[in-house]
Structures are given as structure tokens and as C-alpha cells.
Design a protein around this ligand. Sequence first.
Ligand code: UD1
Length: 317
Amino acid sequence: MARILVTGAAGFIGSHTADLLLQEGNEVWGIDNLRTGRMSNLSAASQSPRFHFVRADVAKEKPCDELMEKAKPAAVIHLAALVSVPESFEQPDENFRLNLTATHVIAEAAHRHGVKRIVFASSAAVYGRAESFPLDERGITIPVSPYGAAKLASESLLAGYAESFGLTVRSCRYFNVFGPRQDPSSPYSGVISRFWEKLGQGSQPTVFGDGEQTRDFIYVGDVARANLLAATMPEVHSGVANICTGRPTSINNLVQTMARLLGREVNPIHVAPRQGDIRHSLGSPQAAQALLGFSASTSLADGLQALFLRRDADQHG
Ligand code: UD1
């Protein structure tokens, strides 16, 4: 059993991570300002006597300091963030505050309170417009958004803390994460949550362009497991790892898989390609295997099935 602090605990990935940590017998301290996170995501976690929650802003020093003092965690999993790439263009100051200042506040508080390990939620967005696939952690990183830039800067800041103060820092570059509790409400929400919402409303999904663009979709339960391993594995190596499957799926293929699982025909509406879209994104999963002993185990179909069952569970109480 370990005591783990999860920032952004009420978010999509944060709440699944908290659930898994609790399931494995750990004590979890969650912090979230509920800007995009929701308490309803924590309904299972809140049942546990080993779960504690504080509503506060991670970019503010005082609440983080007080929380580290109280919780004395063995590790921090830092997931709190401004999560939307388009929003990072619209609100660059908030992007800087929530995606970089917050990392500094967490690193400092961890250092002051003798916390030995930080797991950081980075993103495939640090690669920007890379052209050679699969994307490898040693490859070039030229972010093309304020979001990607802040994530890359946070990785560097934390790597500096690891070297300077002997902390173990694992930066996890998540690829296209999907699963229950992902918010479909913005036009920029993840494609699977958008398609699932449309299909639930009895409408057809919209495919941008020819649908032959590909992504590396990873199920949120696998991402939670990667976070757990990064936070609790006894090895002390710091490093950066893609959290991906290494398998490409085209958007057309995604539509077909959803149709097959639902047992009905899906006829997507094709519109013009989305401006700024990248054609392909595919990660190499090898570093995650070497650093964390992690490999994704949920297929796209199984992950979609879990998402569909959750909708049924929600609808039927
Ligand atoms: C992700 C980010 C995005 C960022 C980009 C940078 C998410 C949810 N989005 O986009 O903000 O700019 O990385 O690399 O993490 N699609 C459709 N129909 C839809 C929605 C999407 O066809 O209704 C297509 C898109 O054109 C795209 C693919 O699905 O080709 C995946 O889209 P999305 O889920 O937004 O992820 P990314 O494009 O990887």
C-alpha cells in the first residue's frame, strides 16, 4: 500500500487512475479545482475510506503545500491541466498557468516535503508535426500549440528537478485516450466521445476528410494502469515514455468497428478536412515497456465495448 496524491483527480484520466489505485489497495489523495473535472466522476472513489479529496487550484502554492504536508505522499501523479489544445490558443495565459506554473508549484512542493516521485501527464502533442512514424521519445519535438509547448516545457522542468534533487520523474506522453467519462461536449472533444454521443442521439457521426487519417487510440483503463506502474514500481529510473498501443486505426475503420459492435449500419457524413489536422499519429510503445513494464492490453473493440456498456449502465440506473 502506498499513499499517492493525484492532481486533476476528478477529470477523465484522473478519476480512472484514482479508481485503479484504490482497487489495488493504495491510499489516494485527490486534488481538483473542478474547472473541467466533475465530482460525479469520483462517485466510486468517494465510497472508499482510503480516498480523500480537496477542491483547490494546483497552480496555487498554499493549498498544494498544505496538502503535501498533510498527505505526505510517496508519489504525486500530476494530471491537472488545461486539457484542450484549441483553448490553449484562446487562453494562452490560463494555458501557461495551468500547464506550466502548476508543474512548477507541484515540483517545488514535492521537493520541500521530501516526495520522492512525480508522474507527469504529458502528451503526444509535444511531437508537433513529426513526419516519421512510429514516434519515438528520442525523436524531434516541435510543438505546434501553446498546449504542446507547455507540456514539453513541463517535462524539461521536471527533468531538471530529477537531476538536481534526486527525484524520480516519469513523463507519460499520452496518445489518443478514450473511454467512459470522456466529455463529448466540445467540437474539439476526442473523436470517439463525439461519435458515441451522436450515435446515442440517433444521428450520424461526421467524418472530416476522407477518413483515412489514422490515430493511436488507447483505452483509459490502460492509461490508468501505466500511471499506477509509473507511480508504484520500485525501480528508480526517471524517463519519458509514450503511452500508446503502437497500432494505427483509421477513422473509417473506427466507424466500421463501432457499427459492428452496435449491430447496425452507420453512414457517416463526410465533410471537408478539419483545418490544422495532422494526417497520422502513431507512437512506439517500446520505452514504456522498458521503463514501466507497461504495454496496452485493451483492444479498440474491447475498449469500445466497455464504453458502450457504461452507457447502458448509465441509462438503466
Ligand atoms: C488531438 C487533440 C487536438 C490537437 C491535436 C494535436 C484531442 C481530443 N484532440 O487531436 O485538440 O489539436 O491532437 O495533434 O486530444 N474527427 C472526425 N470527426 C469528429 C472529430 C474528429 O472525423 O467529429 C477526426 C479528426 O479529423 C482527426 C481524428 O478524428 O483526424 C482524431 O481527432 P481528435 O479526436 O480530435 O484527435 P486529434 O486529431 O489527434
